[in-house]
Design a protein around this ligand. Structure first.
Ligand code: ADP
Ligand code: MG
Length: 227
């Protein structure tokens, strides 16, 4: 379980998260939405330990996360796919996967390649020569090499064509169903993401203004008021 307990985060005088409280059951799928600057990325950065909250607590399986120590949290099972295609463009697909799994069990690459047949086919291709969608799949595969319990994704659909976004969301669900990995997906594309998640959270001006099931959000015609 992941517990975010009254977290406030600041950048100097600016409050990016105010008293944010959220609970995520192991293996669940959560979408986080909100306008630009709402605090979505800051929330993910706090969970993985890249930003240290000014106050509040974040617990992962009943233990505090290591604030300010990303590698320690990754080792414990929190993987973060930052915005943009985070691959080493000049290295092959396989090399990218190997580097990500360096401190973990390399045999897991077989499972990752099974989930992403496209990466199996392109094993020796230079990562930078693949399409945007393929590079995003590689970024996901790289995150999976750490065998995470939680996968945090910051706007994974950015720059992808609608049909590729659909594939991506399907793939994320498949990862959740086959490996049991919990998903926290920050997205601008609310309709596409609601097909992949069970819970929906909306941040507005640093605070949580909606926290319910994805179907409850899908039924609300007035949710754009929060954007
Ligand atoms: N490194 C930073 N230094 C100063 N302000 C920042 C920094 N990162 C983000 N902010 C500010 O914090 C607020 C929340 O940003 P962010 O979490 O990136 O929002 P979102 O991901 O929802 O667009 C915004 O006002 C943004 O300008
Ligand atoms: Mg952001």
């Amino acid at each position: 379980m992941l517990e975010i307990d009254r977290v406030t985060a600041r950048y100097g005088p600016l409050t990016a998260l105010r008293d944010v409280t959220l609970t995520a059951q192991a293996g669940s799928r959560i979408g986080i939405f909100g306008h630009n600057g709402a605090g979505k990325t800051t929330l993910l950065r706090c969970i993985v330990g890249a930003h240290v909250p000014a106050s509040g607590a974040i617990r992962f399986d009943d233990r505090p996360i290591a604030a300010g120590h990303v590698p320690e949290n990754v080792r414990r099972g929190i993987a973060f796919v930052a915005q943009g295609h985070n691959v080493f463009p000049n290295l092959s697909v396989e090399r990218n996967l190997r580097i990500s799994g360096l401190l973990f069990d390399m045999r897991f690459m077989q499972d990752v390649l099974k989930i992403f047949p496209v990466l199996q086919e392109r094993r020796s291709q230079r990562a930078g020569s693949m399409s945007g969608g393929e590079q995003q799949m590689l970024a996901l595969g790289m995150a999976l090499m750490t065998q995470p319990k939680w996968l945090l994704l910051d706007e994974p659909s950015t720059g992808l064509a609608p049909v590729i976004v659909r594939d991506l969301m399907r793939k994320l669900r498949e990862i959740n169903e086959t490996l049991g990995t919990g998903l926290i997906i920050v997205e601008q594309n609310v309709p596409a993401t609601l097909k992949a998640v069970e819970h929906a959270v909306i941040l507005k001006s640093a605070a949580v203004v909606f926290d319910a099931t994805a179907s409850e959000l899908a039924q609300r015609s007035d949710f754009w008021q929060w954007f």
